[in-house]
Design a binder for this molecule. Structure first.
Ligand code: GLC
Ligand code: CA
Length: 531
């Protein structure tokens, strides 16, 4: 495979293994299922999506209290998903197609069923007691401090363990006890986990809650939370300086292997604080998710401001990441559905934006067909945090199991599957899938889009327009966020009179020569124009 900074110019596709493809009819997606769908992701031709890498959400043994983010063995595969041999085959088959493989690394907490925790909880003086965060109750029996779990449904992140009379910390569910990263044995054990997967040939890791591992060693109360949320740097339960030491250790370990990378889930929305996770000497994370797009209103001004705020604080040599959907948030297709034809058109504009900005795009399975959130009736709810709708099965065809399974799907198939599915879109040049394919393959062929410069142009209300440039190649991307025609006045912006329309989100608008003084756009239309 080609080497180099593939993670700076590649397109990365997130797979939630439970919901992607079931191969044995038990209603649960699995690793052999993923293998059988690799050609959809990249078969080397523009008939496939053309992604460069997949990121697999956890597939490890787990009691599934948080669907795999509660790991009970870091170095194996949950039997629902297959075996280590299946994993090796998946890596082989992916690499054969030029697809890199990232696995999810969950360092902040284990499952309460992990042997380390079972041992830790068994006695106050045992050798693994210090692997987790144990504290005596307050005088009145209360929890050790005022911290809160990330899940409002959980509330207090401390659970009293009656056997030894102490509380343990869990930033998420009680079934997810936090590891104590101040303990060098924990660090060594988790480094071994990284090595285990690196030796098996993975190309890198997505690091779960990478800003959490270190916290105030004295476990002091957080100050009272102001109404707009905590300002940067005042919380004591996350984003503690030591986390950067831990990440530098990960980086040194990764650098001992050829061409591997780490992308961190850093749940920090202040860009100036977020970029610290690249490290002062770019010696921490290769990439850090910027989740700003997940909370952005559908507005050209909001997206432009977000991109430019981020770029203005990005250290020299660091590289942005953009993403519109993942397994923790409502899908962009549903978030931005203003109703009527505009809903689908916005999905197209979002796709063009994601795949033309300066930064690594992460797609979420189903995004390439405009799959909306599924409907999950109250008696089928399984997640404590309301995230089931964005985790419904991948919609491969319009049949009863949506081509995901011949059995009973673990999560109901979305009602949209009858019309919104891969089979219906594959051969239709006007489909969303065809647009994604064209955008990705166009991006692959364009140095300007992959690593060129970025400069926004014009301030027409409702329009987000920018120029990407590399050497002789200059591309204008213009995105109309409004449900009405718009035009970009190229003359006042110093743009040439004419260009070549390379791609429009409107399938009826064919490529070819185009006037750009002004450049006219239809309602909710995005275009790429070669200048
Ligand atoms: C991350 C995961 C989320 C999980 C949590 C706890 O935020 O993306 O799905 O619930 O960490 O591991
Ligand atoms: Ca299965």
């Amino acid at each position: 495979m080609a080497t180099g900074d593939w993670w700076r110019h590649g397109v990365i596709y997130q797979i939630y293994p439970r919901s992607f493809q079931d191969s044995n009819g038990d209603g649960i997606g699995d690793l052999p299922g993923i293998i059988s769908r690799l050609d959809h992701l990249n078969d080397g031709t523009p008939d496939s999506l053309g992604v460069d890498a997949i990121w697999l959400s956890p597939f490890y043994p787990s009691p599934m209290a948080d669907f795999g983010y509660d790991v009970s063995d870091y170095c194996d595969v949950h039997p629902d998903y297959g075996t280590l041999a299946d994993f090796d085959e998946l890596v082989r088959q992916a690499h054969r197609r030029g697809i890199r493989v990232l696995v999810d690394f969950v360092p902040n907490h284990t499952s309460d069923q992990h042997p380390w925790f079972r041992e830790s909880r068994s006695s106050r003086t045992g050798p693994r007691r210090g692997w987790y965060v144990w504290r005596d109750p307050g005088a009145d029996g209360s929890p050790p401090n005022n911290w809160r779990s990330y899940f409002p449904a959980v509330g207090v992140p401390w659970t009293l363990d009656p056997a030894t009379g102490q509380y343990y910390l869990h930033s998420f569910l009680p079934q997810q006890p936090d590891l104590n990263w101040w303990n060098p044995e924990v660090r060594a054990a988790m480094h071994d986990v990284l090595r285990f997967w690196l030796e098996r040939g993975v190309d890198g890791f997505r690091i779960d809650v990478a800003h959490k591992m270190a916290r105030d060693p004295e476990l002091r109360d957080n100050p009272p939370e102001p109404s707009g949320g905590f300002p940067a740097g005042v919380r004591r339960d996350e984003d503690w300086p030591e986390v950067h030491v831990i990440l530098r250790e990960f980086r040194r370990l990764l650098d001992g292997y050829d061409d591997r990378m780490a992308v961190g889930e850093v749940g920090i929305y202040d860009p100036a604080r977020l970029v610290r996770y690249f490290g002062d000497a770019l010696d921490e994370l290769h990439l850090a998710f910027n989740f700003a797009f997940l909370v952005q209103p559908w507005s050209a001004e909001a997206f432009r401001a977000s991109v430019e705020r981020y770029q203005s604080v990005l250290p020299e040599g660091a590289w942005p990441v953009y993403t519109l959907s993942n397994h923790d948030n409502p899908r962009a297709r549903s978030r931005y559905d203003g109703g009527g034809a505009s809903g689908e058109r916005r999905t197209r504009v979002g796709a063009m934006m994601l795949l033309t900005l300066r930064g690594t795009p992460f797609l979420y399975y189903g995004e390439e067909i405009g799959q909306p959130d599924g409907e999950v009736p109250p008696d089928r709810v399984v997640d404590v945090h309301g995230r089931d709708p964005e985790r419904t099965p991948m919609q491969w065809d319009g049949g009863p199991g949506a081509g995901f399974t011949g059995g009973d799907p673990w999560m109901p198939v979305g009602s949209a599957a009858r019309s919104v599915n891969v089979a219906a879109q594959r051969a239709d040049p006007a489909s969303i899938l065809s647009l994604y394919r064209r955008l990705i393959w166009y991006r692959r062929s364009s140095a300007a889009l992959r690593w060129g410069s970025y400069e926004s142009v014009g301030r027409t209300p409702g329009l987000f327009a920018f120029v990407r440039e590399c050497g002789e190649e200059r591309l204008l991307v213009a995105l109309n966020f409004r449900d009405e025609p718009a035009h970009l006045d190229g003359s006042s912006l110093g743009l040439p009179h004419r260009g070549r329309l390379e791609l429009s989100t409107d399938p009826d608008r064919a490529p070819g020569a185009i006037g750009i003084q002004p450049l006219r756009l239809g309602p909710d239309e995005g275009v790429i124009v070669r200048l």
